[in-house]
Design a protein around this ligand. Structure first.
Ligand code: NI
Ligand code: MN
Length: 228
């Protein structure tokens, strides 16, 4: 069973294989964040897709408080070290590797600021967090190679894919479940997730859309899924 809790924007708290993983933990100054930093509980890993403030967020602080492992592309790992984070692992876009028992792959993203997406290969669920990205054709390869069960896709437009592009992304990745993110945090990225849901239904047959509010969780195990 993997549990994915949306913390607003691109921030996720994921429990997978007994590990507590934060991705892009933009908590402080995130108007959509349902929690404060000291309410996160135990954190084992902090994974950051790129350096933009709305993704790097509180990553260094959370790592320091929890002695958590910071995992990101190499340049960002160096920045974490310079900031005083003790446990870091630098990787790059390419193959699958293991960090403290967690299997991960960094995948391309089309964006500025040294971007990536990340795939978490859990025993119960494979999760693809697309980071900030435009639509690109090689998302099909991410789908073919890693067969994500759950894809977390940005739909805010302006800085990332909008609902139309993200619906096509869902058709390329072909996850079991897609959850929209990176919208409604600020007025500039206001979107209707129901519109995204309609577009996915039309363009990506067989892909289920789960819409969460910040603070809500989705649980997935390969046999079935439920919103909790
Ligand atoms: Ni960005
Ligand atoms: Mn962003």
């Amino acid at each position: 069973m993997a549990k994915l809790r949306w913390l607003g924007h691109a921030a996720w708290h994921i429990e997978v294989d007994g590990k507590s993983v934060l991705i892009d933990p933009f908590i402080t100054n995130n108007p959509a964040a349902p929690v404060k930093l000291d309410e996160l509980g135990k954190v084992d890993f902090v994974i950051v897709t790129h350096e933009h403030f709305d993704h790097l967020g509180d990553a260094f602080e959370i790592c320091k408080r929890n002695d958590a492992l910071f995992v990101a592309l190499y340049e960002l790992k160096v920045r974490a070290e310079q900031d005083g984070v003790k446990r870091t692992m630098g990787a790059n876009i390419g193959g699958t590797f293991t960090a403290d028992g967690l299997r991960l792959t960094f995948v391309p993203a089309v964006h500025t600021g040294n971007p990536s997406g990340v795939v978490i290969h859990g025993s119960d669920a494979t999760i693809y967090h697309a980071g900030d990205t435009a639509l690109f054709g090689d998302m099909r390869l991410i789908g073919q190679l890693y067969r994500p069960d759950v894809a977390l896709l940005p739909i805010g437009s302006l800085f990332t894919m909008g609902p139309q592009e993200a619906a096509v992304a869902a058709s390329l990745v072909k996850p079991k479940v897609v959850i929209p993110m990176h919208y409604n945090t600020f007025d500039a990225i206001r979107q209707d997730p129901k519109q995204f849901e309609r577009l996915v239904r039309a363009k990506a047959k067989g892909v289920k859309v789960v819409v969460l509010n910040p603070g809500e969780s989705f649980e997935y195990a390969r046999k079935g899924a439920r919103k909790g």
